[in-house]
Design a protein around this ligand. Structure first.
Ligand code: IMP
Ligand code: MG
Length: 319
């Protein structure tokens, strides 16, 4: 908010010295409650933030008192400064003038002036935020933000690229939870490759007896370098079954890449070559993962509130 930084703070070594270290949110004392609210929203979406990390000199010619501008927040993942503002018109006008000046002097700095009502609109623009009120209410918290996921998927893709040089991997996904991960992962592998999908029945469909393949691969895996791509490995029972099935068809190699590993729940030991994130024993949705077919389109991965899980609208367990 409107904040005139004391000279002492400015002289404390943070004067336009580039990006300082990430502040520890626990220790931050906010000048205004709406700043704290904004910080909480950012925390919810797992967006990194720094509070007032940098002061920009705006006017230093011929005046003993340097005019400074200190944006409220910096969001390193978005390379974006945020200045929050009230609806007080007199302050807004002065602030707009400062902002114009800052943009003139520092054209490479990305800064936005935000009104309270703009919080969610801004987050939505960057792929965060609720896709609907009902959806967000069932979510406890964001576990992995969209940029966190994207960064890790790129790393996995780079690792796989290095490991498979000279071989053509066949990426095999199990529908439907793997849709987002497969789409992003294959685009971060810079090698010729092929993809295929299969679908299996689940315990919830137990009327059909044992687990079985309800959609088989279109192509033979014999002699292929098969890389199983999984959204999440939980007990490991599904994957164990599929790996046995694939191994029976004599691929040249067979490895697993999973985005999420809920290791504490593992019952069957399955060899995982590439792991995106190890996550706690909580039910997660988003980025392809569903609860009763919902939430697959969330761009982030969130923990579902246990009470939301207790009242399923549709049967759970469809992948
Ligand atoms: P597993 O045989 O227990 O390893 O089952 C793995 C499958 O269960 C995944 O492919 C998901 O479809 C589903 N699953 C397990 N945990 C979760 C979760 O937290 N959210 C959504 N689906 C899950
Ligand atoms: Mg599922």
């Amino acid at each position: 908010m409107e904040n005139e930084k004391s000279k002492a703070e400015i002289e404390g070594g943070e004067l336009a010295t580039g990006v300082p270290p990430v502040s520890s949110p626990a220790k931050v004392v906010f000048a205004h409650p709406s700043e704290e609210e904004f910080a909480r929203i950012l925390d919810f979406y797992r967006i990194q933030w720094q509070y007032e990390p940098r002061s920009f000199p705006l006017n230093w010619e011929g005046s003993p008192k340097v005019e400074m501008f200190t944006p409220d927040f910096y969001l390193p993942e978005l390379d974006l400064y945020i200045e929050l503002t009230t609806l007080k018109q007199s302050l807004v006008t002065a602030k707009n003038r400062k902002l114009r000046r800052l943009r003139q002097l520092y054209p490479d700095i990305n800064i936005k002036l935000l009104y309270r009502k703009d919080y969610h609109r801004l987050l939505a623009k960057y792929g965060y935020g609720p896709l609907g009120k009902a959806k967000i209410e069932a979510l406890d918290r964001i576990l992995l933000s969209a940029p966190q996921i994207q960064r890790r998927v790129s790393e996995l893709g780079a690792e796989i690229t290095t490991d498979y040089v000279g071989r053509r991997p066949l990426l095999v996904g199990v529908l439907k939870g793997v849709a987002c991960f497969m789409a992003d992962l294959m685009r971060s592998i810079s090698l010729p490759l092929t993809i295929d999908f299969m679908a299996v029945s689940h315990y919830e469909d137990r009327a059909n007896g044992a687990v079985r393949i309800v959609k088989d691969l279109d192509q033979s895996v014999t002699g292929c370098h098969v890389l199983m791509v999984e959204d999440i490995v939980d007990t490991g029972m599904t994957l164990h079954y599929i790996l046995n099935y694939l191994a029976g068809h004599k691929p040249a190699s067979l490895e697993v890449c999973t985005l999420l590993d809920k290791r504490s729940r593992r019952l069957v030991d399955v060899p995982l070559k590439y792991i995106g994130f190890e996550i706690p024993d909580e039910f997660v949705v988003g980025y392809g993962l569903d609860f009763g077919e919902e939430y697959r389109n969330l761009p982030y991965i969130a923990v579902l509130k246990p009470e939301a899980k207790a009242e399923p609208t549709t049967p759970e367990g469809s992948r």
